[in-house]
Design a protein around this ligand. Structure first.
Ligand SMILES: CC(C)(COP(=O)(O)OP(=O)(O)OC[C@H]1O[C@@H](n2cnc3c(N)ncnc32)[C@H](O)[C@@H]1OP(=O)(O)O)[C@@H](O)C(=O)NCCC(=O)NCCS
Length: 462
């Protein structure tokens, strides 16, 4: 346990990093959001005023006991999972985003700053606007020492997701919103303080995640940030890939595709729920990360790689298609769930899979794990279709991501969810800003007892 010295205690007595005046990118985004707000507020106002009683859906007993699956309980204008085309971020599909977002200099991969602008502002950025966001992140990227001390104070075997969540929570003392709220800020202005917090948090998260990586897997050998690099490439540089343009491009790709996935998945909803109590962005995002850490959510990616490595151990020289088909049928018939296949909403190959698959075909066509993943992709959807149980026999984003990380030497499975979290912070914070901008209230659904349910169904006679 690291103990604070007297002088350090004094040092942490005041918030250390709050920018008193927003930088140019934040001012620009504030103005853009402010200009849209009257129209958004009037649309939401009209819907609730004139159609407040319009019934969206019924909720069944099965859904109540089944994780409220499929019940439409939220509005997210930031992203939407289109069952046939995959995630749309502000209306754009993944292939569209890869084409339309401004590119990092010298590469065909997007600047994540441009994506953040799109998520927040709902319009495609120019090159200059994307660069302004990147610049604002750079200016806010210094992480206060006490955050690192919190991480270092934890036992060595603490899961990296725990460290990430704790670091975000530790940063909460910097919250502009919490401070302004205590001073009596007007409700209509909450979102501006949320925006400040969001920029501060997203700016710092790559350095925090890199610190965790280096502490756990590189004997604490910290790598300083490279101010010449963009957000995603700088993160890659800080975990040891400063000279690897290919991995930096992969980092840009990964940060875009994982950034958001509607408003009601576990991490998004957990974060939204917490922020609805006017807990600030740090509390909300720490809670979101806690949800992401679960094996049924962000941890699935490492399960896929583990499964691929197990299959490779059985077929060290890669199986022929017939042998692989026989093996997969045996697995399915034995009741195994094949990680990386299926989806709760999607009914096609996840475009986030496809874009990584294309990347791998280009940069690592001979990698054994990738070739195995590719063989599985050729065979498994047919088997799952013939078996007839799964609603979606196609691969999801997780079927391949770990294989690519593994190829580049990021072999620490435990860290994969952190990589996911660094990207997902973009979506969580964008949702939080807009929830406050639209004045969304505290969430308070109602629970029932089993007895009450039994009484209700007995009255229907069914
Ligand atoms: C993603 C997932 C959780 C979606 O669950 P879901 O919406 O309940 O899926 P379905 O409605 O298609 O499931 C219907 C049946 O197919 C089975 N099934 C679903 N995905 C399967 C898979 N990848 N392999 C084998 N069987 C599968 C289910 O177990 C279920 O069987 P049951 O009726 O005997 O209970 C599920 O497909 C899964 O567990 N996939 C593997 C894990 C994974 O990749 N997670 C990351 C998701 S992004």
């Amino acid at each position: 346990m690291v103990a604070y010295t007297g002088s350090e205690k004094e040092k942490i007595g005041q918030p250390s990093l709050v920018l008193s005046t927003p930088g140019p990118a934040v001012r620009m985004i504030q103005e853009k959001i402010a200009a849209q707000l009257p129209s958004w507020r009037s649309r939401v106002g009209r819907l609730t005023r004139e159609h407040g009683n319009y019934k969206i859906c019924d909720v069944t007993v099965e859904q109540i006991y089944g994780g409220i699956r499929g019940v439409q309980i939220q509005v997210s204008d930031i992203s939407y999972v289109d069952p046939s085309q995959g995630i749309r971020l502000r209306g754009y599909t993944i292939p569209e985003l890869m084409t339309l977002l401004p590119k990092a200099p010298g590469t065909e991969y997007p600047l994540v700053g441009g994506l953040y602008y799109l998520l927040l502002v709902d319009e495609l950025p120019s090159d200059e606007q994307a660069c302004m966001v990147e610049e604002e992140w750079r200016a806010r990227s210094t992480v206060p020492d006490y955050v690192y001390q919190v991480i270092q104070a934890m036992p060595e075997d603490t899961h990296p997701m725990t460290l990430l969540s704790q670091a975000i929570l530790a940063l909460q003392r910097e919250s502009v919103f919490s401070r302004e709220y205590a001073r009596g800020i007007k409700k209509a202005d909450y979102w501006e303080a949320y925006l400040e917090d969001s920029f501060n948090l997203t700016a710092k998260l790559p350095a925090i995640a890199a610190f965790i990586y280096n502490l756990k897997y590189r004997q604490g050998d910290a790598i300083p940030p490279d101010p010449a690099q963009d957000w995603a490439a700088n993160f890659a540089a800080m975990i040891g890939y400063g000279d690897n343009q290919e991995y930096q491009d992969f980092s840009r790709l990964v940060m875009v595709i994982h950034s958001d996935h509607e408003g009601a998945n576990v991490s998004a909803h957990a974060s939204h729920l917490v922020a609805s109590a006017l807990s600030d962005v740090y509390y909300a995002c720490s809670a979101g990360m806690d949800g992401l850490a679960g094996p049924l959510h962000g941890l699935a990616n490492q399960e896929c790689l583990r499964w691929l490595l197990d299959v490779k151990a059985i077929f060290p020289d890669l199986p022929n298609p017939e042998a692989l088909e026989t093996f997969l049928w045996e697995q399915i018939n034995a009741g195994a769930i094949i990680p990386g296949y299926g989806h709760a909403v999607l009914r096609t190959t996840d475009p986030r899979f496809t874009v990584q698959y294309e990347f791998a075909k280009k940069y690592m066509p001979d990698d054994k794990i990738f070739r195995l993943a590719s063989q599985v992709y050729d065979v498994l959807p047919g088997i799952l279709t013939r078996q007839g149980k799964v609603k979606n026999p196609w691969p999801n984003v997780d079927a391949i991501n770990g294989a690519l990380q593994y190829h580049y030497g990021v072999t620490q499975f435990d860290f994969y969810t952190v990589l996911f979290g660094v990207s997902r912070i973009l979506g969580l914070t964008a949702h939080a800003v807009w929830s406050r901008a639209l004045g969304k209230p505290i969430e308070r659904p109602k629970s029932l007892t089993t007895r009450l349910l039994e009484e209700m169904v007995s009255k229907t006679g069914r």
